[in-house]
Structures are given as C-alpha cells and as structure tokens.
Design a binder for this molecule. Structure first.
Ligand SMILES: [Zn+2]
Length: 338
C-alpha cells in the first residue's frame, strides 16, 4: 500500500461572504467550524457586496445600507478556533461599490476585457483609489481585528489595453510629447506596450507599498492572490509579485489555478509559479481552483491535485473557494490533514 503524505502545512480557503451568506447569516459560524475541522488554517473572506448591500456594520465607512454583519461572526468564530483571517482588498473593482462616506471617488473607467465585453474598473493610478483602499484597511483592522489583508486582482486590468482615464492618457501624451494615436492603435505597438507595462508596474507597486506600510503600522500582514498563468499577461498588467517579495512587500503569495478537469496543465502552471519565486521565499501557497463557476471538480481530481502539491513540498496551499468544497471534498481534505 502506498503511503499518503499528510499535509501539515497551512491551508487557506477563500469565502465569498457577500454572495453566499447574505440570505442565511447564521450559517457563517457553522461553515467556519466545518472548514477548521477539515484542517483549514487561514480564511480570506470577500466581504464587499456585488449588489451594493453592505455586509459589515462596524465601520463608519460602510454604513450606507442596513445589513447583517457577516464579517464579525466570521472573525470571532475563526479566532476561537485558531484560524487566521485575511480580509480581501480589491482596489480596482469592488472598493468602489460600497459607499465610503467622506472619501473621494476614483475615476471609473470602461475597459474591454479578454472577451471584448465592456466592463468598468477604478483606475489604480488615481490617488483616490489608494485613499479608499487605506481607509478600508484601517477600519477593518481596527474594528474587526483581522490578522491581515489580501490584495486580490492587484494589477491594472487588460494586458494590452490602455487605461483611458484622463490621468493615464495624459501620462501617455506627456511621455510622447504631444497628441498620440488612439489607444487601440497605440496598444498595437510593442515599444509602447513595453513602456506602458513599466509605467503600470510603477503605480501598482506604489499602491502595494502604501498598503504594506499602513498594514505593518497596524500590526497586520499583507499577502496576495497572483493571477493564474493561463490568462497570461500578469506582468504586463503591472503584477510583478516576485519583485514585491524581494522588496519585502508580500508576506505570502497564493498563485491561482483553475483546472478542475486538467491535471497536467495544473502542474505545469504551479511549476512555473514556483520557478518565479525568489530563492528562499517560504510562503508560496499554490491554489487549487474549485470555483463552481468554472466547472465542477471530481473528488478524484481534488485528491490528485492536493496530493501532488503536498508531494511537491509546497510551504502551504490554498483553495478557491469555500462554496466549491462539497462534503466529499471536505472529507478528502480532512483525511489529508488529519
Ligand atoms: Zn487610469
């Protein structure tokens, strides 16, 4: 009989509080207990509301709508069980969807995503984005006592497309010394894309640095989810996590994968991320993607990816996300961590 290596490493799981628990807040402590019972050591709650309904009440910044407090019970239950909580910060998108009384609104910019579907995001080079991000961080740390923060989607969206907000477009015109071709045309030139990627990296890194400094001042850690390799272009979007690790700005990095039915591609992507990590960096926690929205994962595939990560000797592992953890998958996780 083949001996299974037991996982004694940290296991992080994301929880979409806003979407999964608004209708049934009493389930929060119960789900946290089940996860902890299966060996989960770290939780990353998504607490901002997609529809604008507020799911935390303790912060003066978040009182636009009356709503139940989901974050409080999560943190209290988790801490009683020795589970750490990293609050998810999404500076480019959702931070703008809650009402932050008295804070400036960042510029809302339409952009075309990979499928050329028009969406909107907040320009991260806008100082208002940082002001809001730090305000949320400060209040959530003080009012909820979370252990740390996770920067999610920490990049400037759309690998080759140019942010067309007045600030970014002026930066382009200033660099080129006058009026330039339309963004779509500019994005077709390699030299432009190289310069633009460097410029992006500079302001995204500035935001990461400010978040890290503020969090450190409050005794909290900062980690991040790194973009899945399959999407490509993370560096072109200003997400250079190996550099942030070298600069001491990232305590832990969770590289994402979403391959519920493709074991080979899963291992190839994780290996690439492991190679990118600076020598000696001990906190790369690759993610197994079991997001129900991207196809279902069988118990056999979950077990296979889990066992491979443990065999591979990773320092921790992550699972995206809690709602995808069926009783069967939780039992497999519990078996591997017990
Ligand atoms: Zn912009």
């Amino acid at each position: 009989m083949v001996e299974i290596k037991r996982n004694k490493r940290p296991v992080l799981v994301w929880m979409n509080l806003a979407e999964d628990f608004q209708e049934d807040p009493a389930r929060v402590p119960e789900v946290v207990r089940r996860l902890a019972g299966a060996g989960v050591t770290d939780l990353c709650p998504f607490a901002y509301p997609p529809g604008g309904r507020v799911v935390y009440q303790r912060s003066r910044l978040m009182h636009r709508a009356r709503q139940v407090d989901l974050l409080g019970p999560l943190v209290e239950t988790a801490h009683r069980l020795g589970v750490r909580v990293h609050y998810v910060l999404l500076p480019f998108t959702h931070l703008g969807e809650v009402s932050l009384a008295g804070l400036p609104d960042p510029v809302l910019v339409p952009y075309l995503n990979d499928q050329f579907e028009k969406k909107e995001y907040y320009c991260v080079s806008d100082p208002a984005s940082l002001v809001r991000c730090l305000a949320v961080l400060d209040e959530v740390r003080r009012d909820y006592g979370v252990d740390g923060f996770q920067l999610d989607s920490i990049r400037d969206r759309g690998a080759v497309l140019v942010c067309q907000c007045p600030r970014c477009w002026k930066r382009v015109e200033d660099f080129y010394g006058g009026r330039v071709a339309p963004p779509e045309e500019m994005a077709g030139h390699k030299s432009f894309r190289v310069w633009y990627a460097a410029s992006r990296k500079e302001y995204v890194t500035a935001l990461v640095r400010a978040v890290h400094e503020t969090a450190a001042g409050l005794g909290a850690e900062v980690n991040m989810a790194a973009r899945s390799w399959s999407g490509g272009g993370a560096f072109a979007e200003g997400q250079d996590w190996p550099d942030w690790v070298r600069l001491g700005l990232m305590e832990m990095v969770a590289p994402m994968t979403y391959h519920p039915a493709d074991f080979e591609t899963f291992t190839v992507e994780v290996e690439r991320q492991l190679r990118l990590a600076p020598a000696g960096f001990q906190n790369l926690w690759p993610a197994i993607g079991i997001n129900p929205g991207r196809g279902s994962m069988t118990g056999a595939m979950f077990r296979r990816q889990l066992d491979w990560l443990v065999e591979r000797g990773v320092s921790g592992l992550s699972i995206f996300q809690a709602s995808g953890l069926s009783d069967e998958l939780l039992a497999i996780l519990a078996d591997r961590t017990g």
